[in-house]
Design a protein around this ligand. Structure first.
Ligand SMILES: NC(=O)c1ccc[n+]([C@@H]2O[C@H](COP(=O)([O-])OP(=O)(O)OC[C@H]3O[C@@H](n4cnc5c(N)ncnc54)[C@H](OP(=O)(O)O)[C@@H]3O)[C@@H](O)[C@H]2O)c1
Length: 301
C-alpha cells in the first residue's frame, strides 16, 4: 500500500478492550496508529511488532497538557491525523442517589470533557487538512437509559448530543463524525474498569442493585467480541458513506429498536397536546428552522 493511502489514526485508551482490539486491527490492516494509554508501557509488545507504524504516547484524557502533547506527537510522527477514536472511558454504575458528587464529576471529566478536549484539539488539524473522521465511542447507554446507569448514560447522552451537532458543523469542511453504540462486549468494562458506589441504599436493591448484580455476573460472559467490533469500525471508516451511528451487538440493536418504537408511540399519543402549545395562527416547521436542521445531516462524499 502506498504511504499516502495509509490512514493515520489517533486512538485513546489503547491498553485493553475496544481500544486495544481496534489498535491491533488497524495495524494489521497496514495503517499507522498513535496508540495512547495512561501507561504506555502496556503497548510495548505492539512497538516490537510494528516499530514503523505505531507510536505509543502517554495520554490521560483528563490531563489537558497530555492531550496537546499526544496530538503534537502524532503530527511529528506521521504529519497528519485522518481518524480520531475517542474510546477512553468507563462506567460508574449504580443508582443516581448512591454516588458522591466527586465520583459523578470524575465520570463526566473522562467520558465527556476528556473526549471533548481531544476533539477540540484535533479539529484544527482536520479543518486544515479538509478531511478527517472522528469516531466517538458512546454506548447503547448513549441512546437508552435504564436503572443503575443514570450517571454513565448522562455522559454518553452528552457525547451523543455533542457528536450529532458536530457532524453537522464539520460536514461542509470534509470531516465526518460517527458515534459507536456497543451493547455488552467482553472487555475490562464490567471488571477492573467498573466504578460502583461506596455505599448502597437498600431502597434501590430491587432496581439498581439487581442491575449491578447482573453486570457482575455478566463479566467475562458478555456476548460481544471486541475484535469483531474493531472490524465493524474499520468497515465504517473505509465506507464512502459512514453512518452517523453504528450500533454494535444484537442486544444493543434490540434495545434501541424498542426505545424508538416506544418514543414514537408516546409522541403520537401526545402529539395534539404538544402541538396545541403554539401561539394561535403561527406556522411551525422542524426546530432549527431554515438553518441546516436536525433532520438534515449530510456527510461529505
Ligand atoms: N465493553 C462494553 O460492554 C461497552 C459497551 C458500550 C460502550 N463501551 C465503551 O467502550 C469504551 C472502552 O471501554 P472498554 O469496554 O474497552 O473497557 P476497558 O477494557 O476497561 O477499556 C477502557 C479503556 O479506557 C481507558 N481509560 C479510562 N479512563 C481513562 C482516562 N482518564 N484517560 C485515558 N484512558 C482512560 C482505560 O485505560 P487504563 O488501562 O489506563 O485503565 C482503557 O484503555 C468506553 O468508552 C466504554 O464506555 C463499552
Amino acid at each position: 500500500m502506498a504511504e499516502n493511502t495509509k490512514k493515520v489514526w489517533l486512538i485513546t485508551g489503547s491498553s485493553t478492550g475496544f481500544g486495544r482490539s481496534l489498535t491491533e486491527t488497524v495495524l494489521k490492516h497496514g495503517d499507522r496508529v498513535v496508540a495512547t494509554a495512561r501507561k504506555p508501557e502496556q503497548l510495548s509488545d505492539l512497538v516490537t511488532h510494528y516499530p514503523e507504524t505505531v507510536k505509543p504516547v502517554q495520554l490521560d484524557v483528563t490531563k489537558p497538557q497530555e492531550v496537546r502533547n499526544a496530538v503534537n506527537a502524532a503530527l511529528d510522527a506521521f504529519g497528519r491525523i485522518d481518524v480520531l477514536v475517542n474510546n477512553a472511558g468507563y462506567g460508574a454504575l449504580g443508582a443516581i442517589e448512591e454516588f458522591s458528587d466527586e465520583v459523578i464529576r470524575q465520570q463526566f471529566e473522562t467520558n465527556v470533557f476528556g473526549a471533548l478536549d481531544v476533539m477540540r484539539v484535533v479539529l484544527p488539524v482536520m479543518r486544515k487538512q479538509r478531511h478527517g473522521h472522528i469516531i466517538n465511542v458512546s454506548s447503547v447507554a448513549g441512546f437508552v437509559s435504564f436503572v443503575g446507569t443514570g450517571i454513565y448514560c448522562g455522559t454518553k447522552f452528552a457525547l451523543e448530543g455533542i457528536s450529532e451537532a458536530l457532524a453537522q458543523e464539520v460536514a461542509p469542511l470534509g470531516i465526518k463524525v460517527t458515534i459507536i453504540e456497543p451493547g455488552a462486549f467482553r472487555t475490562d468494562f464490567n471488571g477492573r474498569s467498573l466504578v460502583t458506589p461506596d455505599t448502597l441504599i437498600d431502597d434501590y436493591a430491587s432496581t439498581s442493585g439487581e442491575f449491578l448484580q447482573w453486570i457482575h455476573n455478566m463479566n467475562g460472559k458478555q456476548p460481544g467480541d471486541p475484535d469483531k467490533a474493531a472490524l465493524a469500525i474499520m468497515q465504517a471508516v473505509t465506507s464512502n458513506h459512514p453512518p452517523l451511528r453504528l450500533v454494535l451487538g444484537a442486544d444493543a440493536v434490540n434495545a434501541i429498536d424498542a426505545k424508538l418504537k416506544s418514543v414514537k408511540e408516546e409522541l403520537d399519543t401526545w402529539k395534539s397536546v404538544a402541538c396545541d402549545t403554539t401561539f394561535d395562527g403561527v406556522e411551525v416547521g422542524a426546530i432549527g428552522g431554515e438553518a441546516k436542521s436536525l433532520l438534515n445531516i449530510t456527510t461529505p462524499k
